[in-house]
Design a protein around this ligand. Structure first.
Ligand SMILES: O=C(O)C(=O)C[C@]1(C(=O)O)C=C[C@@H](O)C=C1
Length: 274
């Protein structure tokens, strides 16, 4: 199994991919989310991809909703991963020596309360938490810290000088598992991701949501994201949770006529949130 991820050896995407597919997978590292989508579409490069979509502190990774919509890829599953962010440095460096902090922008956002206490530290956005740790080690960067997970500290021999610096203890990132091919529907599938458009008329979204509620579906996420060709118009991405697939199918039938371009991105089994 070859799985494309955003990031490099020791990053959270790697842990999420192994959590879903097991340790025995080949990881295809990508420097950005667009590269991850591109590689996941190339069957000679990867069989599947794992892509972060939202975090419980920092919120949605908005560009990934458009990327997913435009990719034609299918969502076949999801992983919730508890994220523990640590501040790490070359052995011997002290907190008061640090002038720069490098990390993925989602990781920096997750640690904003901690970082606000150190206004002298310059924040540098990088492609990845683990890559930031690797750079500190490889370039022997003194006065520079990386924010990354414990695995990255171990792999790159860095010392954690401030553990668990994420703002809230329960910090989770949700990852989607994506493939170019549709997989067979599992009997215990209880979640679906869809996107649709509504017209700019009073109550058009409310009508859709009323049908969803009437079908006995729990709307676990509703995200609007911009329609670049029509300014101030939006697509909606919705995640539906249900006990019975029939309920989902009946909701789709009902909302089809109330929406435009309704597309089911995938029907899958809900990930474990704990
Ligand atoms: O930088 C990493 O380690 C990643 O896997 C990326 C990423 C993200 O895209 O949100 C994954 C999980 C954490 O929320 C922080 C960063």
């Amino acid at each position: 199994m070859r799985v494309a991820i955003q990031g490099f050896e020791g990053c959270f995407h790697q842990i999420a991919a192994q959590g879903y597919f097991g340790k025995n997978i080949e990881i295809e590292c990508c420097a950005s989310f667009p590269e991850l989508v591109k590689k996941t579409k190339q069957q000679q490069v990867a069989d599947a991809g794992v892509m972060a979509i939202e975090n419980s502190i920092a919120g949605s990774i908005l560009p990934n909703y458009s990327l997913l919509k435009n990719s034609g890829l299918n969502v076949i599953g999801e992983v919730y991963l508890q994220i523990k962010q640590h501040l790490m440095v070359l052995p011997g460096q002290k907190l008061e020596d640090i002038r720069e902090v490098h990390s993925h922008y989602m990781a920096l956002l997750q640690c904003s309360d901690f970082l606000e206490k150190y206004p002298n530290m310059k924040l540098v956005e990088t492609e990845d938490t683990a890559l930031s740790a690797k750079h500190v080690q490889q370039k022997k960067l003194k006065s520079t810290a990386a924010i990354a997970g414990k695995l990255a500290a171990e792999i790159y021999g860095l010392e954690i000088i401030a553990p668990n610096i994420h703002t809230i203890k329960n910090n989770y990132t949700r990852f989607l598992v994506i493939t170019p091919n549709k997989v067979e529907l599992e009997e215990d599938a209880n979640k679906a991701s869809v996107y649709f458009q509504t017209t700019h008329e009073r109550g058009s979204l409310a009508k859709v949501l009323t049908q969803v509620a009437a079908a006995g579906i729990n709307l676990s996420k509703l995200q609007s994201f911009p329609m670049p060709t029509k300014e101030w118009n939006y697509y909606f991405h919705a995640d539906f949770e249900f006990d019975d697939l029939q309920h989902f199918q009946s909701a789709v039938n009902k909302i089809e006529s109330l929406t435009e371009h309704l597309k089911v991105l995938g029907i899958y089994k809900k990930g474990n949130t704990h």
